[in-house]
Ligand binder design. Structure first.
Ligand SMILES: [Fe+2]
Length: 270
């Protein structure tokens, strides 16, 4: 299987850790953040909004990673680290295990303004960094990195499902109704509305063993979302013997997919 290459190339920071983003790149960031802030209002969870306020992200330009690091260092001790557009799994887990959140330092083109498969700096910073100021979310992500770094490739595929249904696509039950904490939803205008308002997807309380056994596709709106009762539940999950659950999931096997298989286009390299 030939590995698909990214069309994007990450920008290199200079010796002071600064990236000289172009006016067009800054303008794409501005348009993305302006639109998404309106859409997530009243839909992102309070913990996300509190972290967003702490980060004080600029709207007229792409933030420098050093600005984010000051806030993360003083809240949970995390850092963001610039990486190429695609990195090996080993490196991804090694960074998380070291409390470094990898951020590919490129921003999507206007042609992919609404959706792109590869996580760009908007997804990583706007989608994930606010919650990295939250101790439960930060601890869970750290624990996931440590387990993933030590895991085999097959075990990592299972672990990735737990990450997918929490860090990327998790929902939160609150007294005010359902809210979003997953960064994959928060950085997507279409899925922010779909995840909370559509009658189509299932929304069920998170049981880690179920999440480990639930197949997903990255290129469709999710047919199922798992909900937490509070962000602090991520502390409880971190304390579980997650690898024992991975082995149990391997024994029991995957659930039937709730989506149709991906059709490979003839011009697609796989
Ligand atoms: Fe992500």
């Amino acid at each position: 299987m030939a590995k698909k290459l990214s069309q994007y190339v990450s920008r290199e920071p200079d010796e002071n850790g600064l990236i000289a983003w172009s006016d067009e790149e800054n303008s794409i960031w501005h348009d993305l953040i302006e639109r998404q802030l309106t859409i997530i209002s009243g839909k992102a969870c309070d913990e996300y909004m509190a972290g967003y306020k702490l980060l004080n992200l600029p709207q007229d330009r792409i933030p420098q990673l050093g600005e984010i690091n000051k806030v993360l260092a003083s809240t949970t001790g995390w850092q963001v680290t610039p990486v190429p557009a695609l990195i090996p799994f080993d490196e991804f887990f090694r960074l998380l295990a070291n409390k470094e959140f990898p951020v590919a330092t490129f921003i999507r083109s206007r042609e992919e303004f609404d959706y792109l498969k590869e996580p760009d700096i908007f997804h990583e910073v706007f989608g994930h960094c606010p919650l990295l100021t939250n101790p439960a979310f930060a601890h869970f992500t750290h624990q996931y990195g440590r387990l993933g770094y030590a895991a085999t490739p097959k075990e990592r595929v299972y672990l990735a499902r737990l990450y997918w249904f929490t860090v990327e696509f998790g929902l939160l039950e609150t007294a005010q109704g359902l809210r979003i904490y997953g960064g994959g939803i928060i950085s997507s205008p279409g899925e922010t509305l779909y995840a909370l308002e559509s009658a189509i997807p299932e929304r069920v309380p998170l049981n880690p063993l179920d999440a480990l056994r639930t197949p997903y596709r990255i290129d469709i709106m999710q047919p199922i979302y798992y909900t937490l009762k509070s962000v602090n539940q991520l502390f409880e999950i971190s304390d579980m013997d997650i690898m024992a659950l991975v082995y149990e999931a391997m024994e029991l096997g995957l659930y039937e997919p709730k989506f149709s298989p991906k059709v490979t286009m003839t011009n697609e390299t796989t």
